[in-house]
Design a protein around this ligand. Structure first.
Ligand code: HEM
Length: 396
């Protein structure tokens, strides 16, 4: 049923998990909404608002006071089960928990991690290069962030395969695990490491965060679990999706491959621009007060969906938004790929470094690559859109 306060001309039938044509092109599927009003009501998934214009996406994302993060709304059951810290917190409580997480991911630690990320990337590439082809998603994009995460929390190499299967379920859930089972499997995997780091801190990410007090007191076990879960779920499929999109762009644009091979000094700016051009994260909010936006009223209790793609690809946000122009990255780009305001990604610096290292290592170590002519690229929608298959070929 459509609530009485939703004007009829705002109603659309748009399923965020399966936008029309998403399998072929995530971005084109979402962009269909840019032709209509700035705030629409989708009848799918129980009914919710979608911010459908750049300025509206940005404005609502920045309104953490009236739009709460607590429930992770649109995905049924997800928020209740996951209870992420700090993602699902508001106000002063959020700030108290976010601060130690920010400290743990501070830029000096990110810089120190770079050689390890480089080593992980090189090792993966070594086995791929002689093959002459790969499915970039399952052979590289999904594995790199998983190995980086495990390096971050100092998990020994021999303990890694167990998380691989879980990693696949996180990035490409096939329905074989419920949200509860996924949460449980992640907790079971992470718990021995959390327990050890709480008792005897080392210099890994979990230790750094958990040894910072929360509002002047130590973390409880439950809070520690919820935070570590957030880091695991927040830093895998997002990075995998981004690296997949970057590789897709380069496969389609050999001229950009050539340019970045010849001018590796352009890679940081290119990474920023590619991250703007290929945003795949969308978030949910729950209105805790009435909010007027784009000429309509979001009522207290309504759900709102904020897709970064509809900000970054709105021609009112960026000139010719679909064109990748590396010189855009020479100045800070006001994109929403990593979010806006109070909840802006705490892993943004780490993610950027991963994309830069990927570009540098892949372009430096692999020959020119292209899409496999006989196989299809496929994509998926949802809170993190992504390529689900990206067949690449090169001369071995
Ligand atoms: C390209 C990769 C990434 C993208 C696109 C991305 C995107 C985002 C976005 C859009 C948000 C805001 C969520 C909201 O407003 O509700 C966010 C928050 C967050 N991200 Fe990332 N992220 C990435 C990588 C990472 C990494 C590598 C980590 C950590 C290892 C991480 C951990 C988190 C956490 C903990 C939050 C919650 C912050 C808070 O609520 O205060 N993310 N991310």
């Amino acid at each position: 049923m459509i609530p009485a306060h939703v004007p009829a001309d705002r109603v659309v039938d748009f399923d965020i998990f399966n936008p029309p044509g998403v399998e072929q092109d995530y971005f084109a599927a979402w962009k269909t909404l840019l032709d209509g009003p700035g705030l629409v009501w989708s009848t799918a998934n129980g009914g919710h608002w979608i911010a459908a214009r750049g300025d509206v996406v940005r404005e609502l994302w920045g309104d953490a006071e009236r739009l709460s993060s607590q429930c992770l709304a649109v995905t049924p059951g997800l928020g209740k089960v996951m209870q992420f810290i700090p993602l699902q917190q508001d106000g002063a409580e959020h700030k108290a928990f976010r601060t130690p997480v920010m400290k743990g991911l501070a830029s000096r630690f990110v810089v120190a991690l770079e050689p390890k990320v480089q080593a992980v990337a090189r090792k993966l590439m070594e086995s791929l290069r002689p093959r002459g082809s790969c499915d970039f998603v399952s052979d590289f994009a999904e594995i790199l962030p998983l190995n980086i995460f495990l390096t971050l929390i100092d998990v020994p190499l021999e303990d890694r395969p167990r998380l691989r299967q879980l990693g696949v379920q996180l990035t490409r859930p096939d329905g074989s695990m419920t949200v509860e089972q996924l949460k449980q499997a992640a907790d079971d995997y992470l718990w021995p490491f959390i327990e050890k780091r709480m008792a005897q801190p080392g210099d890994d990410l979990f230790s750094r965060i958990l040894s910072e007090p929360v509002g002047g007191r130590p973390w409880t076990v439950d809070e520690a679990r919820r935070m570590c879960r957030n880091l695991l779920f927040g830093g895998l499929d997002t990075v995998a999706a981004m690296i997949g999109m970057v590789a897709l762009h380069l496969a389609r644009h050999p001229e950009d491959q050539r340019l970045l091979r010849e001018r590796p000094d352009l890679i940081p700016a290119a990474a920023d621009e590619l991250m703007r051009r290929y945003p795949t994260v969308a978030v949910s909010r729950n209105a805790v007060a009435d909010v007027d936006a784009d000429g309509v009223t979001i009522r207290k209790g309504d759900l709102v969906y904020l897709p970064s793609v509809l900000h970054n690809l709105d021609p009112a946000s960026f000139e010719a938004p679909e064109e990748v122009r590396f010189d855009r990255g020479l100045a800070p780009i006001r994109h929403t790929t990593m979010g806006v305001g109070a909840h802006r990604c705490v892993g943004a610096g780490l993610a950027r470094m991963e994309v830069i290292v990927f570009l540098r290592e892949w372009l430096g170590g692999m020959p020119e690559f292209a899409l496999a002519p006989d196989k299809a690229v496929t994509m998926k929608g949802g809170n993190v859109g992504a390529c689900t298959a990206l067949p690449l070929v090169w001369r071995a």
